[in-house]
Design a protein around this ligand. Structure first.
Ligand code: SF4
Length: 483
């Protein structure tokens, strides 16, 4: 059997497709999402998003029960759509499917059509988004949603000279940085999606149930007239890529770039943006210079690092490139998605890493879980974890640092403010990596030296020859005769 079967008490290195869908829909103006399935799916996603973004998140559910599962859930979904419209007054509703809806073969497109027929006065755009939980990870659900949006929103192909920007899951703070960059470079743009305010909003006197910021339907409708689409993903294809859809149907040229993390990715982005009419600012040049300076400052500390990088494919790609540029050996690269592309993409990077790490090898895993990641971390001598907070148990067991910079982050605040894009975001990640190594040196060098060089005095030797040996001196503890 070719299936990847694991025990149920092992954490996977992924979440399901609807998780990506509801995250992406939070970047659409005045949009509500409803999951066609059992209530637990929506609860699970609300809980994950609320603790990561530290924002209230509403996700509706058609609440399929045994009856709906056996006889079909059309009545539940129709009722859910009515309730949503009445309570939230949205302009857009995204209907995402789940494991249950897909397994019983619900015709969600047909249900939406019948809803419009029965309610001709309803002026709400209802999107049909196919996201079976078992069909992929949150990354595939995110792109399935963006693709459904560009396919189902009627497009106006009038040329306007702006650029489309399509992102994978990035933080609200990184989204704000991206918008500022495009504005500073003097470019008109449509960002798909824009979660910068809806998932990291300011305190308001009156709570607004509906997320009213984000990319509007009117902006999305102009994407067919753009001069260029920049898609920050190396893992989308003809079926999942919004950029490829806009090119095939409306002739919009596209560039697929890695996330702008590290010097090469940022330089490449600058080049493409300048080609699209953007202007490099003096401030950007200074940021670039500061970043180069920081690379020089931190490389000697980074050289100790043997990192395990895990998460969504575009995230790990960006971080591996940053590590390779800065002397960090990516000893383990892991994703929960099923993709053979990682090995191909990293071939040159890892060749360079082998040189600076004196032959250090990299293990690349896809479709993996945290028990496999832990085993390889031990075998590879990993001393730094970079990813979501789901790696915290490995960090605790192995007593190694974890840089939390991917979704989800449950055990720290600030998931919505993680910065890793641009020169400053890259610098943030680089500083954290170098400081993690410095902390390890500062807190372990006495123990290491003691274990390596200490020759016990006769008194110590006699003390240790008894049946119950004493533990080795702890950090900072001064012992007679120690190095
Ligand atoms: S894996 Fe399936 S059942 Fe579980 S939350 Fe996702 S959609 Fe729902």
């Amino acid at each position: 059997m070719g299936a990847n079967l694991v025990n149920l008490n092992v954490n996977p290195c992924k979440m399901c497709m609807p998780m990506g869908a509801v995250n992406a829909l939070c970047g659409i103006k005045s949009c509500m999402s409803i999951l066609h399935g059992s209530q637990g799916c929506a609860t699970y996603m609300r809980r994950h998003m609320a603790t990561h973004y530290n924002e209230p998140v509403d996700i509706a559910s058609s609440s399929l029960t045994e009856e709906g599962t056996v006889f079909g859930g059309e009545a539940n979904l129709i009722k859910g759509l009515h309730n949503l419209i009445e309570l939230y007054h949205p302009e857009v509703i995204g209907v995402g499917t789940t494991c249950l809806a897909e397994t019983i073969g619900e015709d969600v497109g047909g249900i939406i059509e019948r809803f419009y027929e029965q309610n001709p006065a309803v002026d709400v755009k209802i999107l049909n988004i196919v996201t079976p939980g078992y069909g992929g990870t949150q990354n595939e659900g995110w792109f399935a949603t963006l693709r459904a949006i560009v396919e189902q929103v009627e497009q106006d192909r009038t040329p306007h000279g702006g650029v489309n920007i399509v992102t994978p899951m990035i933080s609200p703070a990184d989204t704000r940085w991206l918008k500022r960059l495009l504005t500073d470079m003097g470019l008109e743009y449509t960002l798909l999606p824009d979660i910068s305010e809806n998932l990291d909003g300011a305190t308001e006197k009156h709570y607004n149930k509906l997320k009213c910021e984000g990319t509007s339907l009117a902006q999305i409708a102009t994407m067919a007239g753009a001069r260029l689409t920049i898609e920050f993903s190396k893992f989308t294809d003809a079926h999942t890529s919004p950029a490829e859809y806009l090119c095939e149907h409306y002739g919009v040229a596209y560039e697929k770039l890695p996330l702008p993390v590290g010097i090469r990715a940022m330089d490449r982005l600058m080049e493409v943006l300048k080609g699209a009419g953007g202007v490099m600012t003096r401030e950007l040049e200074k940021e670039r210079g500061r970043y180069l300076d920081a690379m020089v400052d931190s490389h000697k500390y980074c050289a100790r690092a043997r990192a395990a990088i895990y998460g969504e494919p575009d995230f790990v790609t960006a971080v591996v490139r940053l590590c390779a540029e800065n002397g960090v050996l990516p000893a383990l690269v892991a994703t929960g998605s099923v993709t053979g592309k990682l090995k191909v993409l990293f071939a040159d990077e890892l060749e360079a890493c082998r040189e600076f790490a004196f032959g250090g090898e990299t293990v690349i895993l896809d479709d993996c879980d945290f028990s496999v990641i832990e085993r390889h971390c031990r075998e590879q001598g990993v001393n730094l974890l970079i990813g979501s907070s789901d790696g915290r148990r490995i960090a605790h067991k192995m007593n190694i640092p974890l840089i939390r910079c991917a979704f989800p982050i449950h055990d720290h605040v600030g998931g919505q403010r993680v910065r890793m894009l641009g020169f400053e975001g890259s610098l943030n990640l680089l500083d954290q990596s170098a400081n993690a190594m410095l902390s390890q040196v500062e807190t372990s060098f006495r123990t290491e030296l003691h274990q390596q060089f200490f020759v016990p005095s006769p008194w110590e030797a006699a003390r240790h020859s008894g049946p119950a040996p004493e533990p080795i001196a702890s950090e900072g503890e001064r012992r007679v005769g120690s190095a």
